[in-house]
Every structure is written in structure tokens, then in C-alpha cells.
Design a protein around this ligand. Sequence first.
Ligand code: CAA
Length: 262
Amino acid sequence: MSYEYLLTETRGEMPLRCGWITLNRPKALNALNDRLMDELGHAMKAFDADESIGCIVITGSEKAFAAGADITVMSKLSYMEVYKKDYITRNWETIRSIRKPVIAAVAGFALGGGCELVMMCDLVIAAESAKFGQPEIKLGIIPGAGGTQRLPRAVGKAKAMDMVLTARMMDVHEAERAGLVSRVVAPERLLAEAQAAADAICSQSLPSLLAAKECVNRAYESPLAEGVLFERRMFHSMFATDDQKEGMDAFINKRKPTFKHC
Ligand code: CAA
């Protein structure tokens, strides 16, 4: 598939490298239309299936990570069209099936679907210029890509209600305090910091990364006792890997581990 609205590349050292995806629809501040979301799902699935990739970074431009779903397109859609085509679910939900860690490197606006895309990622590294919001209420709609569900889980009910009902934006420092953002960096450091985080992830054992991501996501979606049980079973299964023996032997012998990802 050739991409109209994405730039993709791989960075870092073998054996595990990082797949980079840059949203590239600058004239519309990376507004998310069907074509862009199809491309994003395709690119993410390709990196997820590639055994040489340990981590995926999604970024946008200096001005906008993404300013939301494409309002020009949505303005013409009817109920029957969105319902029958399963608008949002059909292609946006692909992101939820990605098993490798995904980092959002955010500068500028992350609004509406852009903020919801950020919340579907695993780590969020944000430049001081980043602004987050769910302004859909101003358009006579509500968030439709998980905003009313993931935002309260990320920042709590009171702040989520504030953002969803008043449409106000959060600056990056408030977003970090509230738990929406993992790290805040100067704008010129954004890509280097994302790459450093990706390198740190790619230096680990791939089976551990997949298991760890799956377990943390369980925390989001199940009661505590179920989540802890799931974690315990996954933890036990790590003892079947060569990398568990290698990681622990390396610690005991004061050397760097050489993981074989099995
Ligand atoms: N859809 C389509 N086009 C968009 C867009 C969007 N979400 N956001 C920005 N654009 C376009 C603008 O129409 C404009 O195009 P033209 O140059 O052709 O006029 C271009 O991008 C630049 O935007 P602005 O001139 O508005 O730039 P600004 O710096 O003055 O303002 C902004 C920036 C505050 C982000 C403003 O563009 C804005 O408010 N955008 C809409 C944000 C929004 O409401 N997002 C939610 C969308 S609904 C949604 O996402 C539903 C869901 O949950 C899935």
C-alpha cells in the first residue's frame, strides 16, 4: 500500500528497531479521514508483524499531532451512512489490536479524534507546545473514538467532564499532572526523547514487552482480582522463555543480557 497521508521509516539498531509513522496531512492539521486511518492501521499492522520491529512511534507535525476527525467529511454524513459503514469502529479500532508498544510523540494540537488516538497509544511523550482537548461538543456531537471512556480512566471523572462538556483544552503540564502524558520535553527534544524511549523498549525481550503491554491493558478493562490473576499467569509463563534465563544470568554475572526474543 502506498501512503498518501503517512511517512514511515525504521530507526535504531538490530535486532529490534523502531517503526516510525508520521501523520502527514499538514494542510488540514492532520485531520483524520478514512483514508488516513486505513493507512495508519495498515502501517501499524505491518510493523506489528515485522519480527525486526520492537516498538512503534506515531508523531505528527510541530503544529498538530492531529486536530481530530475530519469535520468537512463528517458534515455530510447521515446517520444511516455512519451506522452502516460502522464509522470509527471499522478502521480506528485496528490500533487496539497492535501488540507491540506504541509511543505517541505529541506536539501542538491533539484534539477530538487526535486526543483519542493519543489515548490508544501506550506511552505519551509530549512537547511543551502540546494541547489536548475533546471539543466535539462545539460541533453538536460527542467524542466518538473512545474519548468519553478513556479520558475518565486517564484523568478521572471530574477533569474528563470538564474537557468533554466545556470543550476547554489542557496544556501539557496539566495533562502530565492529570496522568494523560508520560513525559514532557522541550519541543526540540521531542523526537530524540521518543527515540530514546523506543531504544530502551527495543533493548528488552520481545515476549516480555508483549506480555507487559497485555497485562497493563488488562488493568484498564477488568476488575482488580481478574487483572492480578491474568498478570500472575503471564508472569508464570515468562519462566518458559530463554530470555528469562538470560536476563537473570546476566544480572547475576554483572553483564548486559543478550536477548533472543524467545
Ligand atoms: N477537520 C477538518 N479540517 C480541519 C480540522 C478538522 N478536525 N482541524 C483543522 N482543519 C483545517 C481547517 O479547516 C483549516 O483548513 P483551511 O486552511 O482549508 O481553512 C486548516 O486545517 C488549518 O486550521 P485553522 O485555520 O483552523 O488553524 P488555527 O490555528 O486557526 O486553529 C485549531 C487550530 C484550534 C486546531 C482549529 O483548526 C480547530 O478547532 N480544529 C477543529 C478541532 C476539533 O473540533 N476537533 C474535533 C473533531 S470531531 C472528532 O474528532 C470526532 C471524534 O471523536 C472521532
